[in-house]
Design a protein around this ligand. Structure first.
Ligand code: PBG
Length: 326
């Protein structure tokens, strides 16, 4: 048959396939989320996230040598606090010398080149397990934003490069930007969790932090998985309020939303490849049901193809190792 067009010609060898590839992954794209807990000498693997652990600060600093050696340039730190440190107002979140802030400073001191992203939300410190202040079963917006501003400023003081509000309260980007600027932190960036959905895929993360809500769910502040126009609204607001980067979370079930935001806005879009997405691949691979390495690379590449510039992923170390050997 004489066919004028045979698309298969561009797939005939690895050399040609890689030459015409439209997208690729790079270690530069990754942010590695890590968990810090109190005490010393600890490395506690999270059951639902094989290969991911909570570290005490001393072991975290050792682990980071490996992370940095792999070429990873940014981490996102999350804290695990005991119930005894939690209260209604997440007071511990902006207490001087608290584990989280102390860890940020120690990491910055030892690895000045490494960019550190933080998490701004009340849940790791909240006795209610919610991202905001709870009153009569309701999450208060404006009162919560005041706490978030204190948290953001404390994190900037401790050495954060990128502040990551993951709470989904209205108006928090503008308020946090103003609070940071008022304290002289004009250079600290904000990565807004812009389209953060009320998702079942956060389960393993809540195990890691022991931060599951004590009642109800997060549907009055996190987005409805049914919606995408609403993501455009959230993005418009966050950008107008001063966000430097916007995020879609989770990533894998929301590739359309990543594309939508990337097509419509001109600041970088980040994909948060969340804990449940990681757990699914690990569970299937550990059962011998899929090739874990190939599935991981395909999942991450799909996020780039959808339009993500940055990928927050628990796979960062493993994917970096694969990319480095190629
Ligand atoms: C909470 C927060 C969550 C995650 C990051 N920050 C969980 C939640 O909203 O309940 C989830 C991350 C993951 O699942 O990997 N502020």
């Amino acid at each position: 048959m004489n066919l004028l067009h045979r698309p298969r010609r561009n797939r005939k060898s690895e050399a040609i396939r890689s030459m015409v590839a439209e997208n690729s992954l790079s270690v530069n794209d990754f942010i590695f989320p890590m968990f810090v807990t109190g005490g010393t000498g600890k490395k506690e693997e999270i059951k639902s996230m094989p290969g991911i652990s909570r570290f005490s600060l001393d072991t975290l600093l050792i682990e980071l040598e490996e992370v940095v050696a792999l070429g990873i340039k940014c981490i996102c730190l999350f804290p695990n606090y005991p119930e005894s440190k939690k209260d209604k107002y997440a007071t511990e979140s902006h207490q001087e010398g608290t584990l989280y802030l102390e860890s940020l400073s120690a990491i910055k001191a030892k690895f000045p080149e490494l960019a550190i992203m933080t998490d701004v939300a009340m849940d790791p410190y909240s006795s209610d397990g919610h991202d905001g202040i709870v009153e009569d079963g309701k999450i208060l917006n404006d009162e919560t934003v005041e706490v978030l501003c204190k948290m953001a400023v404390a994190q900037a003081k401790a050495g954060a490069d990128i502040i990551g509000p993951s709470d989904m309260m209205d108006g928090r980007i503008e308020a946090i930007r103003a609070a940071l600027d008022a304290e002289g932190f004009q250079e600290v960036s904000i990565m807004a969790y812009t389209a953060k959905y009320a998702s079942a895929f956060y389960g393993p993360f809540r195990d890691a932090l022991e931060s599951a809500p004590k009642f109800g769910d997060k549907k009055t502040y996190q987005m409805n998985p049914a919606n995408s126009k609403e993501a455009l609204l959230e993005a418009e607001l966050d950008i107008n309020e001063g966000a430097d980067m916007i995020m879609v979370k989770p990533a894998f079930s929301y590739l359309d939303v990543i594309k939508l935001l990337n097509d419509n806005f001109n600041i970088p879009v980040t994909a948060y490849n969340v804990s449940g997405e990681y757990a699914m691949i690990k569970a299937a691979a550990n059962n011998g049901w899929i090739d874990g390495e190939k599935a991981m690379m395909e999942m991450l590449l799909s996020m780039k193809r959808a339009g993500a510039s940055v990928i927050l992923t628990y796979f960062a170390k493993e994917a970096a190792a694969v990319l480095n050997k190629n």
